[in-house]
Write a protein that binds this ligand. Sequence first.
Ligand code: F6R
Length: 241
Amino acid sequence: MNIIKVESYDEMSQKAAELIIEKVKNVGRMNLGLATGGTPKGLYQKLVEDHKANGTSYKEVTTFNLDEYVGLSATHPNSYNDYMNRFLFNHINIDKSNTHLPNGLASDLEKECKRYEANIDASGGIDLQVLGIGENGHIGFNEPGTSFDSRTHVVKLEESTRKANSRYFQAMDEVPTHAITMGIATIMKSKEILLLVSGARKAKAMHRLLNGEVSSAFPASILKQHRNVTIVADHQARSGG
Ligand code: F6R
């Protein structure tokens, strides 16, 4: 794993944006895997600013998000679909029909998972996947104990994850109990992975990622076995131990 050490959240966002913009400009058609949550908001803001200032075009870019809540419509303000529109897609020249998230309202969720996985494969796979990391080492919504062989699947969210995400909801009981997430094997199929880690809250996870063993008890540890991972971590995230 290649680690890029930066000082601040802003610098992490800037560095990540530069890496993505370079690919978008040079690769032509590409499949970009995206994450939601607090961590990549700064990155998306930088991509929007660059698009406005320099006209970087996303016409040839197709996106696949890691996950979506079950039970929220695409327009629900807490859905990841709405998040992506608000923070990125509405502000760049991407064709919305090229942006993909699992459908959390599908009547047959198992079928939806299979469809999503097949869609990624049929598109030629993900060229670059952006990831954040949970305090418990989750990637996507793959909580500790998830099989490394998992593909896109429905998960029951851990209470700690629901609690961490409840900051975006009015009340704890509004936080969905389930989500659809790319599996760990789905993530590992990506040709390249860009993991963003910021803040003291993530310092323990960062320390365990770098120094711990590869184990499903800490899902992100599998990234050590991927051949093209770049971690951009700020000072606070590196202060654990
Ligand atoms: C989001 C996702 C999650 C987050 C993780 C960190 O699509 O899949 O794994 O990346 O929960 O969340 P933040 O960035 O809010 O700390």
